[in-house]
Structures are given as C-alpha cells and as structure tokens.
Design a protein around this ligand. Structure first.
Ligand code: UP5
Ligand code: MG
Length: 190
C-alpha cells in the first residue's frame, strides 16, 4: 500500500515578521496543518512537562531550545496528523536544528518561505502585540534579533543555495503580503 509523501514548508523570518499571521491565511486558503514550533514549546511550558522550566528559561533568554526536544514535538504532531501538508513555523532556527530535523524526520522541506522585515518594524510589532508573552519585552527582543541573524540566516542561506527559498517582503498590510504568498502555493497545487 502506497503512502503519500508529506509536503513540508518551513516558514522562517525574524521575531514579529508575521509568520504566524500568514500561516493562518495559508491554512484558510490551502488547507495545510500549521505547526508553530514556538506554540508547541509554549504548550510544553503550560502543561508542566519535564522540560517546561528549561524551555521557559530558554525562551525568556531568546535562545534556542535543544534540537531533540523541538524535533520530537514536531515529529509527534506530524505523525498524528491525517493532513500531510505541513507548515512548520519558526523552525529550524539554526543549522543544528536543521540537521537534527533532517536526520530524525528523514526528509527535507519542499518549500521554504522567508518573511523579510526590517528590524525596527519587527520590534514595533512585537512590542505592540500585548499577549503576555514572556519574550515580548525590549531586552528579550534584542536577543531574539541577534540569535535570528547569527543562527537562523545561515539556514535560509543553506536552502537558498538549494533553490528552495521564496523571499517575501513582509512590510505592508497582511493582505498585501499574502498576495506574494498565494502564487507560491497555487503553483504547487496546479
Ligand atoms: N502583524 C502581523 N502581520 C502584520 C502586518 N503585515 N502589519 C502589521 N502588523 C502585523 O505577528 C507579530 C505581530 O505583528 C502580531 O501582533 C500581528 O498581529 C502583527 P506574528 O504573525 O505573530 O509574527 P511571528 O513572525 O509569528 O512572530 P513571533 O513573535 O511568533 O516570532 P518568533 O520567531 O520570535 O517566535 P516563536 O514563537 O517562533 O519563538 C519564540 C521563542 O521560542 C524563540 O525565541 C526561541 O526561544 C523558542 N523557539 C526555539 O527555541 N526553537 C524553535 O524551534 C522555535 C522557537
Ligand atoms: Mg509566531
């Protein structure tokens, strides 16, 4: 019996670049399963799991949670999902994350979206969000931006060289940005 290959999209971009917002639009239009790595980690904190306090401290510092913890959470969600079209949001954040995913899950993404946004705009959005996230304060945001630049950009460069990256200008209204996203998946469906 033949098993359909999953279709995997990594959704990358700095803190507040609009990954989660655009993922919601993609889900609505194209019926993907949305897996936000940050949301999965925050759920671990809330459920008081064994790694909860380590994850909380890591997020508060804007650092990256050990790969095996995050990959396991993502893998579990992928395996239990009937929908095999995945949007993996905010992961991989480092070359180490990327290699762990490719090794453990055993596959590469089909598509990588990169939401490119100026730092000042990202800072403004995150500070305006007001949802009580422990990392939405100016000190942690500065650390998140630095970690993004140092550790996440190399992942984007890696996939760029493989021709998998679609770069999106993340400035504008939510709908204007989605206009750039639409044709990417419309082409995949055709
Ligand atoms: N907004 C959205 N689009 C807008 C637009 N076009 N114009 C104006 N405003 C817009 O958007 C952010 C805010 O901006 C919202 O208020 C939104 O309404 C508005 P959102 O869509 O939430 O942006 P997003 O890119 O998802 O921002 P987020 O803060 O979630 O990104 P991060 O990458 O920082 O957060 P994440 O949750 O992925 O990770 C948090 C932490 O978890 C990390 O710092 C890290 O410590 C840890 N983590 C890991 O260790 N490993 C992982 O694999 C993942 C996370
Ligand atoms: Mg998000």
């Amino acid at each position: 019996q033949e098993q359909t290959e999953p279709f995997i999209t990594f959704v990358l971009g700095g803190p507040g670049s609009g990954k989660g917002t655009q993922c919601a639009k993609i889900v609505e239009t194209f019926g993907f399963k949305h897996l936000s790595a940050g949301d999965l980690l925050r759920r671990e904190i809330a459920s008081k799991s064994e790694y909860g306090s380590m994850i909380l401290n890591t997020i508060r510092e804007g650092k990256i949670v050990p790969s095996q913890v995050t990959v396991k959470l993502i893998q579990k969600e992928m395996e239990s999902s009937d929908n095999k079209k995945f949007l993996i949001d905010g992961f991989p954040r480092s070359e180490e994350n990327r290699m762990a995913f490719e090794k453990i899950v055993g596959t590469e993404p089909n598509v990588v979206l990169f939401f490119e946004c100026p730092e000042a705009e990202m800072v403004k959005r995150v500070l305006d969000r007001n949802e009580g996230r422990v990392d939405d304060n100016i000190d942690t945001i500065k650390k998140r931006l630095k970690v993004f630049e140092e550790l996440n950009l190399p992942v984007i460069n890696y996939y760029s060289e493989k021709g998998k990256v679609f770069k999106i200008n993340a400035v504008g209204t939510v709908d204007e940005i989605f206009e750039q996203v639409l044709p990417i998946f419309a082409a995949c469906e055709a």
